[in-house]
Design a protein around this ligand. Structure first.
Ligand SMILES: Nc1nc2c(c(=O)[nH]1)N=C([C@H](O)[C@H](O)COP(=O)(O)OP(=O)(O)OP(=O)(O)O)CN2
Ligand SMILES: [Zn+2]
Length: 114
């Protein structure tokens, strides 16, 4: 595909894995990072595939900033599960989505694609 449009965004949220090697993790927080990768097949007159600002606003509305993730989701909010949740949500709005990445820390994250 000719272009991949990439947008990153951060959000702050608390969580705990419900079963971390056999028992629940202690509650703690992260500044999470997310990245979305969208395919674009053509450009508009301004030279844009998909407007970064539009995608960023969509993510801003969607991401659970300053929330306790365990209260929002019926799954253990690991980076992997959050990446899958985010992929499905973004895919509904942007069908050309290729993958998402959810970073729990600067160095550790999970990618999801289908
Ligand atoms: N594959 C995954 N592994 C882990 C996940 C995950 O979502 N997917 N999550 C965690 C924990 O939630 C935890 O945040 C990580 O703990 P830790 O190693 O303690 O990392 P921190 O940077 O938060 O703490 P430091 O003490 O500053 O290193 C674990 N694994
Ligand atoms: Zn964590």
């Amino acid at each position: 595909m000719p272009w991949t449009i990439r947008v990153k965004r951060k959000f702050n949220a608390a969580h705990f894995l419900t079963d971390y090697h056999g028992s629940p993790e202690p509650l703690h927080g992260h500044t999470w990072g997310v990245e979305v990768y969208l395919e674009a097949y053509e450009l508009d007159k301004g030279g844009m595939g998909i407007d970064f600002v539009e995608i960023d606003n969509f993510l801003k509305d969607l991401l659970p900033d300053y929330k306790l993730l365990n209260e929002l989701f019926d799954f253990s909010p690991s980076a992997e599960n959050l990446a899958m949740w985010l992929y499905k949500k973004v895919k509904e709005r942007y069908p050309t989505l290729k993958k998402v990445v959810v970073w729990e820390t600067e160095n550790c994250g999970a990618e999801y694609s289908e």
